[in-house]
Design a binder for this molecule. Structure first.
Ligand code: ACM
Ligand code: ZN
Length: 533
């Protein structure tokens, strides 16, 4: 009898689980309640849209359902049945409501973007719904949802290793699935320049190819002897930007200056302080060779490169990097020293600040906002610059200046770090920093921790980053980002108390959707805290 009761209890549990719909959503919605009754989505269900602007989101959603649930749903204008999408001006830009009743599904959004997020929630509900002969059964539910932060991003470094347009689009698909809205595209580096600039053809002709790549850590002195390269044509970049915009993802290009510029110096050596030949850097780390900030020709180059960048990227933000720019060359360079004197600058730190201010003026003419890594605060920074915080130790200082801040502290947001603290269970086979950012750690980021109300106001977003020194394939890009990207997404989206155990429970549903979407992801058992010891 006892055995029967246990079996019965297990059966009830399974049935309860299979009836879940709104309780599976990641990032966790503001409000989600379930009610009695259900609605079955079948291949005959129609997606009805009230407005032309909702046709494309509906088509994209239909594409998900076709490949993930095997049902081809028609999109219709003006209908009132099935999955009904409409706009509601009382809702905010990214806000939506989703109601499942026995008659159908209604999604309302403040804008098409809000509706798109409602559809992403419905996609997860369909993935987790009970399969019946007719289709997928969804339990009746009511969801009200909107994000905590307006900027929710993910960065991909395509310079240390290169990823194709098709792969970059998949990365954007990953961003969209998690209701994130920014793709930060790290396009230039010491190890490779990846964006075609017509005025400066050597940037891709020479700058996109390194002769060889270091094996192992940056100082191993051992090289593979194999040329490595790749770049995106302007046409390809336009295609990616369009693909992203249809998924409500803003593409922010990063042209990292004045450091991390060796590939540009290898293309045009007059950009450097010394009159010498440079080669695209075959190893990792930080180079002492940076842009010469003394010569006017450098600013002409920057202005002309950015002119093409503005044409390609309609984004509000342009990322200027600004990180890890040693000033040893500037100390020895007559041009740089002359600039310091002429401008009345105190030292080389203020010279970088001078560089940032001058480039910001170029951006202002095009109504763009400059984003810089947190190093740009040294030597002073204008209030109009958005600061991207990556060095955890600087959080108090960076949030005290009155600038807008995007949080990307490396001990929570650098997805190139190990996912486990247990080296003997480390199946990643990679190198990189010896630190671990476990799923739990990524999830534990509190954007407002130890901040005053004034500092809290400066926090505009969160972002997870993938540096790819040790990430050679796109499959590894995905297993590095997933599931940790889901943790960052929930940090940026969900309000109120966070609960890792509940997140891990919902993750078990989302990972099944990863499989259906063809996304590789990291070992499931790590959701349960095995990696913490
Ligand atoms: C950085 O990790 N250098 C921004
Ligand atoms: Zn110089």
């Amino acid at each position: 009898m006892k055995k029967f009761l246990l079996t019965f209890a297990a059966l009830v549990a399974v049935l309860t689980v299979s009836a879940q719909s709104a309780t599976v959503i990641i990032p966790r919605p503001l409000e989600a309640t379930q009610a009695k009754g259900s609605y079955v989505v079948t291949p005959k269900s129609v997606i009805s849209v009230s407005d032309d602007s909702l046709v494309r989101p509906a088509e994209i959603f239909a594409g998900y359902v076709a490949s993930e649930a095997g049902m081809t749903l028609a999109v219709e204008k003006g209908g009132k049945k099935g999955i009904v999408l409409s706009l509601d001006s009382s809702l905010g830009k990214e806000e939506y409501t989703l109601d499942v009743t026995s008659k159908g599904v209604a999604i309302k959004g403040g804008t098409p973007q809000g509706v798109f997020y409602g559809l992403q929630s419905l996609r997860q509900m369909i993935s987790a719904g009970a399969k019946t002969k007719k289709g997928v059964e969804l339990q009746c539910a009511s969801v009200k949802d909107k994000p905590l932060l307006g900027y929710r991003g993910a960065m991909l470094d395509v310079c240390r290793h290169f990823f194709t347009v098709a792969e970059v689009k998949q990365f954007i698909d990953m961003i969209a699935m998690h209701k994130m809205n920014v793709f930060h595209w790290h396009l230039t580096e010491d190890q490779g320049w990846r964006i075609e600039i017509k005025k400066y053809p050597n940037l891709v002709r020479k700058g996109s190819i390194r002769k060889q790549t270091v094996i192992g850590r940056w100082d191993s002195q051992s090289y593979d002897g194999m040329p490595y390269g790749g770049y995106y044509t302007q046409e390809e970049i336009r295609d990616v930007v369009k693909y992203a915009s249809e998924r409500y993802v803003e593409v922010i290009p990063e042209i990292d200056m004045p450091g991390h510029m060796v590939a540009a110096l290898a293309s045009y050596n007059w950009l450097g302080c010394r009159n010498e030949k440079f080669e695209v850097r075959p190893t990792w780390g930080v180079s002492e060779d940076v842009l010469c900030v003394g010569k006017e020709s450098t600013f002409k180059f920057v202005e002309e490169v950015l002119a093409e960048v503005f044409e390609l990227f309609p984004s509000k933000y342009i990322h200027l990097g600004g990180d890890e720019a040693p000033n040893v060359r500037w100390k020895e360079c007559p041009h740089c020293q002359k600039r310091i004197q002429k401008e009345g600058l105190k030292d080389e730190t203020e010279l970088q600040s001078y560089f940032t201010r001058r480039v910001e003026k170029i951006l202002e003419k095009h109504n763009r906002t400059l984003v810089g890594w947190d190093e740009v605060i040294h030597g002073g920074v204008n209030k109009s610059v958005t600061l991207m915080l990556w060095q955890d130790k600087n959080r108090q200082q960076v949030t005290s200046l009155g600038n807008d801040v995007i949080l990307s502290p490396k001990l929570f947001c650098y997805m190139n770090y190990y996912q486990t603290k247990r080296p003997y269970t480390n199946k990643e086979g990679d190198l990189h920093c010896r630190t671990a950012v476990t799923l739990r750690k990524a999830y534990s980021l509190d954007p407002y921790e130890k901040l005053t109300p004034e500092q809290c106001k400066s926090i505009k977003g969160v972002q997870c980053n993938l540096w790819t020194e040790f990430v050679k394939t796109f499959e590894r890009v995905q297993t590095k980002m997933l599931p940790r990207m889901a943790a960052t997404a929930e940090v940026g989206w969900s309000q109120g108390e966070k609960n890792f155990d509940d997140f891990a429970r919902r993750m078990h549903h989302l990972r099944k959707l990863y499989d259906k979407a063809g996304f590789h992801h990291y070992a499931t058992y790590f959701y349960n805290g095995v990696d913490e010891k």
